[in-house]
Design a protein around this ligand. Structure first.
Ligand code: AGP
Length: 616
């Protein structure tokens, strides 16, 4: 959580930093701030509670002829949402200015030590402790403050720190220079023409340059407008690897949509196509993946799969469990990454671990991956963000190529993950018992998917009307069976996240084991009723809800659901079961979106949330 941006170059830093922060706002939006050099060699700090637009309204960047600055958008951890707790933080002696993403776990011990030395504090944050610690270590050195002495003070301070950090730092005695460091929180260096940048992710840099260096943990970078050096914890210099970003800056624009979430919902035809492009092997009736880094032999030897993820990505893992077990007959388990990390899950020798993460930066998933690799398991990732830490650290993987997902509520990343998991089920199935004919049917399904997604999206106006009727309920149940149970969970999560309506997902038949007690005219249900062997059972569940005066929205691909049985009937196109969960998801995304809009919620930046969860 939290986004940081730093700039050093010949342009005015103010507007560049503000634009960068706008791109990173998905990482947190409790407060925002910038610290920039003024012409008079003074550093000015401006901080505002709330979104970046509040900050932008209070700085006049065009007046600031500053070529160097740092900035921050906050998701509060230590200390309330106040201006004093907003970043950048300044040391008591006005030497060090710092923007921090992460958590300093031992900040209380460090603070006591600094207090006993007479250092003063103005905020409740762990980050101010770090600013003061660096300044304290700098002041302890004799002689003139130089780039070298600042580097030394930063390194000495970081050696005392337990926790995670991505940092952008300025020192008042070393103008025209920025310092950055990372451990556990992402940090990217942008290499431009006569300018350099630091940022939590590439979206904040892309408007200025496409050349980036992904920094590794424990690296310290020092940058001026013309050059940069990266050193490791033993102070040896690292030869940087410069990567080129391949997505365009305008991909992160609203393109005329009112919200990123809606834009991303409508991007799903191309997101699913990007997920399967170049991966369908028509001749062999299977799919193919270039980056798994496993031989055919090793793939045949997999006797168990463990999927690890968080939130929406965990839901896609659950759908994957049903699909892989159905088509490849390999036992699959799905764990929350945060649980996996702290329990000693018994695993078979030939377990393949799959981590799923849109951002590739979720700390729980990253640490779970590290734990699995430490134990010697082969870990592959299904990741959207190509340069992310998870993507760079795993043994292989499948990139989603969904393009940037900005809306906090994940939409296109989820359906893209489902597409990939379904193709993986086909691939694994074809190394075992799945027939060529069955494989070809699945390939046909993938080819038809973008068109079917587009057709499903045409239901949006009808779903908007339904949403308006249902926007004022306080509770919802989402019900589905088999691979649609996790889709029900995802539908409930979407509604909770962006509308703040309490919602729960259940396997339809579980309703009568408890949740049915919630049913009344005040608690509607959304039932996923596919045209398969469970249809009759689902129709019975609907009857049970109706008998208790519960209103029912039915989403189905069957023509056999009597209109009289549902208060609202949403009929989606028929499709092969391997892609049906994708199509069933779309009406759920739309209904949540339109309910949130009807309630006047901040759809792209719902309260308390951040897109990328980089604290445990
Ligand atoms: C999705 O709508 C959520 N905002 C959240 O659950 C998210 O899916 C989760 O934090 C995992 O993120 P990741 O895919 O980037 O790892």
């Amino acid at each position: 959580m939290c986004g940081i941006v730093g700039y050093v170059g010949h342009d005015n830093a103010g507007p560049i930093l503000i634009n960068g922060l706008k791109r990173l706002e998905y990482r947190g939006y409790d407060s925002a701030g910038i610290a920039v050099w003024q012409t008079d060699d003074d550093i000015r700090v401006t901080r505002e509670i709330g979104k970046v637009k509040n900050l932008a309204a209070n700085v006049s960047p065009e007046e600031e002829d500053a070529g160097t600055g740092i900035s921050h958008t906050r998701w509060a951890t230590h200390g309330g949402v106040t201006e004093l707790n907003a970043h950048p933080h300044r040391s008591w002696d006005k030497q060090i200015y710092l923007a921090h993403n992460g958590v300093i776990e031992n900040y209380e011990t460090l603070k006591s030590m600094l207090l006993s030395e007479g250092v003063t504090f103005y905020s409740e944050t762990d980050s101010e402790v770090l600013a003061n610690l660096i300044a304290f270590n700098l002041a302890s050195q004799r002689g003139k403050v130089t780039t070298k002495s600042v580097q030394k003070a930063i390194r000495a301070s970081l050696n005392l720190v337990e926790g995670t950090y991505g940092l952008a730092i300025m020192c008042a005695s070393v103008p025209g220079t920025l310092f950055g460091a990372r451990k556990g929180s992402p940090l990217i260096l942008g290499v431009g023409k006569h300018e350099m940048m630091l940022a939590s992710d590439a979206s904040a840099i892309r408007a200025r340059t496409s050349e980036v260096v992904y920094l590794d943990d424990n690296q310290l970078v020092t940058l001026t407008d013309e050059r940069f050096t990266i050193t490791t914890s033993d102070d040896s210099e690292v030869k940087p690897e410069i990567s080129t970003l391949h997505w365009r800056d305008d991909e992160a624009d609203l393109a005329g949509y009112e919200h990123y979430m809606l834009k991303e919902i409508y991007e799903q035809p191309s997101a699913v196509e990007n997920a399967f492009r170049g991966r369908l092997d028509i001749e062999e009736g299977t799919s193919k993946f270039g980056g798994l880094n496993l031989t055919r032999q090793q793939i045949r030897q997999i006797d168990r799969i463990l999927i690890v993820a968080c939130g929406t990505a965990w839901h896609s893992g659950l759908v994957g469990e049903y699909l892989i077990e159905k088509y490849a007959r390999i036992p699959v388990e799905v764990e929350y990454a945060s649980e996996f990390r702290y329990r000693n899950t018994p695993m078979e020798k030939n377990t393949l671990v799959i981590v799923i993460s849109q951002s590739g930066e979720t700390i729980d998933t990253l640490e779970a991956q590290r734990e699995a690799r430490r134990k010697g398991y082969h870990v592959i990732g299904i990741i959207n963000n190509v340069g992310s830490t998870i993507a760079r650290e795993n043994d292989g993987g499948i990139f989603q190529h969904s393009g940037p997902e900005i809306g906090v509520a994940s939409t296109k990343a989820f359906t893209s993950q489902l597409t990939i998991l379904s193709m993986l089920a086909l691939y694994l199935g074809r190394t075992r018992d799945l027939s060529y004919t069955d494989g070809c049917e699945m390939l046909d399904a993938f080819k038809s998917l973008p068109g079917l997604v587009s057709q499903t999206l045409e239901l949006a106006p009808a779903i908007e009307k339904i949403a308006k009727k249902f926007a004022h309920y306080d509770d919802f149940l989402f019900l589905g069976r088999l691979e649609l149970f996790p889709v029900a969970l995802e539908g409930a999560l979407k509604l909770k996240e962006i509308s703040y309506i309490h919602a729960e997902g259940y396997p339809s038949a579980e309703m009568k084991h408890g949740p049915i007690a919630l049913i009344s005219e005040k608690c509607p249900s959304l039932v996923l009723a596919p045209d398969d062997e469970t249809l009759r059972k689902n129709l019975s569940s609907i009857q049970e809800v109706r008998a208790r005066k519960g209103k029912v929205i039915v989403v189905t691909d069957s023509n056999e659901v009597p209109a009289s049985l549902a208060d609202e009937l949403v009929i989606i196109p028929k499709a092969h079961p391997c892609i049906r969960p994708i199509l069933m998801t779309i009406p759920l995304q739309l209904i949540s979106y339109y309910i949130a809009v009807e309630l006047g919620r901040d759809v792209d930046k719902p309260r308390n949330l951040a897109k990328s969860v980089t604290v445990e």
